[in-house]
Design a binder for this molecule. Structure first.
Ligand code: SIN
Length: 278
């Protein structure tokens, strides 16, 4: 393929994350769907620098991998703007920064999204506002065998209201938000690798065990991921950077270290068609 010849792929860490140079994402004929899907499944986080994308070009790039997701808050009656674009603005007046906690995007959906492509249109300054990712395939692989055996058979409830509560948001009458049950250890639909598929923002509890057992198991898993920097990869944004992540096998955390400066980004999220399964 011509895309293999032109694109230069430089890994950010041995395990996950790659910078991909020499591709203009406006030119959809310069790479194939298969090449992009394969690289994303293997490297999990792809960083494209020096892009110049309109909203429509951003969406057209994401559509290479599938249909676009509409965020639950954009589905609410009265939501403004382009429903396929999740706009994230943080200013000195913000009470919180969206994404400023470890999470997997809307894992509360019945079929959680395949990937998200984020384009930061306004940076807070020469530094600040990085996004940190965690590799949830390696997170599962590095658990001990007894813990792997314990969680392999369990399911967990992912509740969108838990995520909203972090921001102090309660649903109003007539509003709804997704809530879904998923296996804790599904296999990645493209690589067949086992993934640790729970996250602190959306996963509320594990089914079939007591609440205190659930809390203890989840706390163990959160510490396993957050304490080990070998599971992490940090993306520093520059003007014109687009980053796409595999939402099935990663967590991410948008670092709010730039108050009182502002940051504005637009996220386009791609639907998965296959439910998480063991
Ligand atoms: C997100 O949480 O999806 C956005 C990440 C970011 O703003 O860096």
């Amino acid at each position: 393929m011509s895309d293999r010849a032109v694109a230069e792929v430089v890994d950010i860490t041995p395990g996950m994350g790659s910078e991909v140079a020499n591709l203009d994402l406006r030119d959809l004929s310069s790479f194939s769907q298969h090449w992009l899907a394969d690289l994303l499944a293997r490297r999990k986080v792809l960083v494209f620098r020096d892009q110049s994308l309109s909203r429509d070009q951003h969406k057209a790039f994401a559509r290479v991998l599938g249909e676009l997701h509409i965020h639950p808050s954009n589905r609410q009656v009265g939501a403004k703007g382009d429903p396929e674009v999740f706009a994230i603005r943080t200013t000195e007046n913000s009470r919180y920064a969206n994404g400023d906690a470890w999470h997997t995007d809307v894992s509360c959906e019945e079929v959680p999204p395949l990937a998200s492509a984020l384009y930061v249109r306004e940076l807070p300054g020469p530094s600040g506002g990085d996004t940190v990712f965690a590799d949830m395939t390696r997170a599962f692989a590095t658990l001990s065998e007894p813990i792997k055996a314990l969680i392999r058979s369990l399911n967990a409830v992912h509740d969108g209201r838990k995520d909203l509560a972090r921001y102090g948001i309660e649903l109003k009458a007539g509003q709804s938000y997704p809530c879904a049950t998923h296996p804790i250890v599904p296999v990645h639909p493209d690589t067949n690798e086992e993934i640790l598929f729970v996250n602190p923002s959306f996963t509320d509890h594990i089914l079939g065990v007591s609440r205190s057992e659930s809390d203890a198991i989840l706390e163990l898993l959160w510490r396993h991921v957050t304490d080990d920097p070998r599971l992490h990869c940090r993306v520093r944004w520059q003007p014109g950077t687009l980053t796409i992540w595999d939402n099935r096998s990663t967590w991410h955390h948008a670092v709010w270290d730039y108050f009182p400066s502002s940051r504005y980004s637009e996220r386009v999220t791609i639907l998965e068609t296959r439910r998480p399964r063991r």
